[in-house]
Design a protein around this ligand. Structure first.
Ligand code: PRP
Ligand code: URA
Length: 209
């Protein structure tokens, strides 16, 4: 069964709260997204394997730990997931970046695919799919379907705010995917927006409304 981890770090909580404020302008919203992405990536990568390596410090030879094993791929769901990529790359600069372009049909709320491009060796990488909002879960489920179809096996999903409905949909469709969330909200409203949420994440990042 999927592991669902809700972060309770005070810095993450504080920054997400600032992002919820409707008076936070896009410039600040983007900065906060980058900062939260860095903090969340630190937690999401906590169990990366390390290996012992010999090197020389300026003082003496030393046996030290370095990252070992699979390389990483960051897969933002367009558009809003893009706002998190720079912060994640600051922590894991050697990760490759793929893109899954989906938008929610305003009437059906179903995800519509419009662009997808993944690293060629995605099957050998540990994949972190990132999207700030997990609402009905339709977009997340479709994104995981797509990366699995392309061979990815080791997949985590990282988001800022999740509704219980979205968590349940993703857990049910993909019980092998670990879910990392900064805040779990109350419910969806009649337009399938998260309550209290932060509004439309894409519009807030890119200033389109
Ligand atoms: C938002 C969000 C997720 C999706 C979540 O994207 O960034 O991708 O909605 O909703 P769901 O869980 O009900 O599928 P949106 O479709 O608004 O596209 P955008 O990022 O291009 O604005
Ligand atoms: N997409 C968003 O951007 N916000 C929501 O609350 C739900 C879906």
């Amino acid at each position: 069964m999927a592991k669902v981890m809700v972060f309770d770090h005070p810095l993450i909580q504080h920054k997400v709260s600032l992002m919820r404020d409707k008076n936070t302008p896009s410039k600040e919203f983007r900065n906060l997204a980058r900062e939260v992405a860095m903090l969340m990536t630190y937690e999401v990568t906590r169990d990366l394997p390390t290996e012992e390596v010999d090197l020389e410090t300026p003082i003496c030879p030393a046996r030290v730990k370095m990252l070992a094993g699979k390389k990483l791929a960051i897969i933002p769901i367009l558009r809003a997931g893009l706002g998190f990529v720079d912060g994640m790359l600051e922590i894991i600069p050697s990760a490759k970046v793929g893109h899954v372009g989906l938008y929610r049909d305003p009437d059906t709320k179903e995800p519509v695919e419009y662009y997808c491009k993944l690293p060629e060796d995605i099957d050998k990488r540990r994949v972190i799919i990132v999207d700030p909002m997990l609402a009905t879960g339709g977009s997340a489920v479709a994104a995981v379907d797509f990366v699995k179809k392309n061979g990815a096996k080791d997949i985590s999903f990282m988001c800022l705010i999740a509704a219980p409905e979205g968590i349940e949909a993703l857990e049910t469709a993909h019980p092998d995917v670990n879910i990392f969330i900064a805040a779990k909200d109350e419910k969806l409203n009649e337009n399938a927006y998260i309550v209290p949420g932060l509004g439309d994440a894409g519009d807030r990042i890119f200033g389109t409304k």
